[in-house]
Structure formats: structure tokens, C-alpha cells
Design a protein around this ligand. Sequence first.
Ligand code: ADE
Length: 223
Amino acid sequence: MHIDVFTLFPEHFEWFRSQRHVRGALAAGSELRLINYRDTTPLSGGQVDDAPYGGGAGMVMRVDVVDAALTAAYGGERSAMRVVALTPGGRLFDEALASELAVEQRLALLCGRYEGFDERVVEHLCTDAISIGRYVLSGGELAAMVVCDAVLRKLPGALGDETSAIEESFSEALSGAPEYPHYTRPASYRGWQVPEVLLSGDHERVRQWRLARSRERLGEKQG
Ligand code: ADE
């Protein structure tokens, strides 16, 4: 998979790129390219934003600036790929959406800053608008990292143990339910015991127990 992140702050991704699972995915053939809107802005002085029509605080990312960055990166090839605006009002990001994105060959993630994007970016230049939660961050960079993390860890090479992403929380193997609880040594700590079934060595009982706990958690979540 090839992911392009459009941002005014490519350096924010240095830490993210250095993480083991990200390096693993990149070593296995995925790509993560950072593209700075300022490098292709058609405006003088590296300008990328402007005051909102109708007044109000803050600045808005200009549609011509975002269009120029996309055109420089893809020319006319854009129609076949998903171009995602990261914005607080978008479709809520969850495991199903991460799986949906993970099958794409290419993905463009657009980070806004300041008051976000001119709405025409979302309407005319993007295929998707994604929110990582109903709160406003000071930019889309953290949201892009969240999306990249959840998507990349589904790809070969990201996780040491290839099976661990499959049975994970919210995955299809658990019918979309949250993951079951995990325990490790010691089996007893300050009187807090690991459930006996996990020490039994009976794989079928362990499987049934995990499924039941996972469904229980789904019930709790849905109230
Ligand atoms: N940009 C600012 N806030 C955001 C959020 N909650 N999700 C995605 N992108 C954002």
C-alpha cells in the first residue's frame, strides 16, 4: 500500500515513521510519503490559508492550494483512488473503516490546520471525510497518524506475529466485538487470579471463554 499524507508539518511524522510496526510495514513494501502543501502552493510567500468568508476567527486552508498539491502528486490519475480529508465532522473512524482502507492500493490523507479546509476541498477534491472522534484537534496530523497506524498494522510485515491482528478487537473473527481480556505471568498477584480456564491447556474451552468475554464486552459497550 502506498499512503500519501498531505500536511504543513511533515516533521511531525518523524517519530511515527520510526515506530517498529511502521518500519516493518515499510520494509515489507508499503510506502508512506509526506507531501507539504507549501511546496506546490500557487500563492506567493508560501501562503496556504486565508480568512473565512463571512468573518470569524482563524484561517481556512484554501481549495486552490490543496488542488495544486493533489495535481502535482497525481496529475489526472486521482479518480481511481480514495482521497480522505481528516476533519472533526467526518465519518467516525473505526476498525471496519480501517479494514476498508487497508485493501486500497493507494490512499491520500489530507491534514487541515487552523479552522480546517474550505468546504469545497471536501466536496470536490475528496472521496471521504474521516473523523477520529467528536472533538477538535489543532490539525489533522494526529488523526492521520491514527488512521495510518490502524491501517498499516493490518498489512503484512507490520506485526511480528501475523495472527495477532486477525483476532484483535473489533475484527471479523470476533464478529466485530471488542477483544477478550489478556493475562500473562504471574498467575496470581496480590491474590488477583488469572481465570482458571486460561491455565487449563484446553484450547477449545479457552476459545469459548474468549468468545464469551468478547461478546460480554460488546453488550457493555452497547449498554
Ligand atoms: N482535525 C481536527 N480534528 C479532527 C478530528 N477529530 N478528526 C480528524 N481530523 C481532525
